[in-house]
Design a protein around this ligand. Structure first.
Ligand SMILES: C[S@@+](CC[C@H](N)C(=O)[O-])C[C@H]1O[C@@H](n2cnc3c(N)ncnc32)[C@H](O)[C@@H]1O
Length: 370
């Protein structure tokens, strides 16, 4: 089992707390590995044939496939387990964080300085699409803070997301960053960006992968959630990365036009409303310097998937408080980029599997001519 690499802001986890968190991780592995596969069998041999007998055709949309699956006891059992283990992730981490109370925030605050920075702006409020539900069942979502210097949600996300991903994003939880870097190396070898922006950085693990890959670049990370930024800033500092974190909405930032030659985001788009998505692709274009490129990576992409595969992704829309997953999958991101001012021949959506073993992700690659 991959162990999460500690850092200066990492919460204290006792032996028993670790045992409980490991148990949840293993259970998630079991549900997401052995158990989930049974859905394929059930769909192929029971659900689809039953639908065909009743309707004289196969399910044509993800909604039809989902609704047909929802009636099958195997899918119901898997769904209950999946949801229950999702809630267990946050419970197991909160049990440990609650015990530490103020000591956790103090611990984060005490991490030494770096040449990076933290700029918080209380006027930046988390938009409704990030507050209306507790996204992926994380209690308090990204933005909640109850004391000054509150970094609790940062620690909850850092540890919880690691368990959620079952350690598959690596000890530093940054493998998606390495996927993006591999994409960059393959499609634009030798490119050395001078100024980089991570939109929706969360706790900044992926940001740090870029800071490491481009040590001479000025690296910025923005997010709307102050607790994540406080935590991410100190996490990065403790690991020796100089990242400039600021509390900003990616739809409208305070950076000057053409400030960055590389802008990226990692699994942010599926948590963003359709309107906001369009705003932040427009903002990307405004912020890109001539010759710059944007890489926005996420996973829902329905265009080359069967209704059944789409329905399995869409399970999270209906059962895991991820309201925009289905919609993002239907969205033609290259077209969004074109509507935002990029040209047809410089905005493409590419499967990451063309570059790395990551066969779930897609990247919107949008460039601004020099
Ligand atoms: C799933 S997390 C991904 C975090 C990080 N990029 C990663 O890969 O681990 C999505 C992040 O996007 C942020 N986010 C969503 N919409 C945003 C917006 N309009 N402006 C800034 N941040 C946003 C959320 O607060 C959250 O931290």
């Amino acid at each position: 089992m991959t162990r999460q690499a500690p850092h200066g802001a990492f919460p204290e986890i006792s032996h028993d707390e670790m045992a409980r968190q490991d148990f949840v991780l293993r259970l998630r592995e079991y549900v997401a590995g052995d158990i989930v596969g049974g859905n394929d069998t059930v769909y192929k041999h029971a659900v689809e044939p039953a639908f065909e007998r009743a309707e004289g055709r196969k399910p044509a949309t993800r909604k039809e496939a989902r609704q047909a699956m929802e009636r099958h006891p195997y899918h119901q059992a898997w769904g209950s387990l999946n949801r229950a283990t999702q809630e267990m992730i946050w419970d197991s981490v909160q049990g440990s964080l609650d015990r530490q109370d103020d000591a956790l925030n103090q611990r984060v605050k005490n991490v030494g300085k770096s040449n990076g920075s933290l700029r918080l702006n209380p006027a930046v409020k988390a938009p409704r699409y990030l507050t209306a539900v507790d996204i992926h069942c994380m209690p308090g979502n990204y933005h909640t803070e109850s004391t000054e210097d509150d970094a609790y949600q940062g620690a909850l996300l850092d540890r919880g997301a690691f368990i959620y991903a079952r350690g598959q994003r690596g000890p530093n939880h940054d493998s998606f960053g390495h996927d993006l870097l591999a994409y960059l190396e393959k499609t634009r070898p030798g490119f050395k960006p001078k100024c980089i922006l991570d939109m929706g950085s969360g706790a900044g693990q992926v940001t740090c992968a870029f800071a490491e890959a481009f040590p001479d670049a000025e690296v910025h990370a923005i997010d709307v959630a102050a607790p994540l930024l406080r935590y991410g800033h100190k996490r990065a500092a403790s690991l020796g990365y100089d990242v400039h974190f600021s509390q900003q909405n990616a739809e409208a930032t305070d950076f000057e036009d053409e400030s960055f030659d590389l802008i990226f985001s990692c699994i942010m788009m599926h948590e963003t409303s359709s309107k906001a998505l369009r705003n932040y692709v427009k903002e990307t274009r405004r912020l890109l310097a001539p010759g710059g490129m944007a890489l926005h990576m996420d996973f829902p992409h329905n265009h080359d998937k069967t209704p059944y595969v789409q329905a399995m992704v869409d399970w999270s829309t209906h059962n895991n408080a991820e309201p925009f997953i289905g919609t993002l999958g239907d969205t033609d991101l290259a077209e969004v980029a074109v509507q935002s001012g990029f040209s047809h021949n410089t905005a493409v959506v590419i499967p990451m599997s063309t570059v790395t073993p990551n066969n779930r992700m897609y990247v919107l690659d949008a460039r601004k001519p020099a």
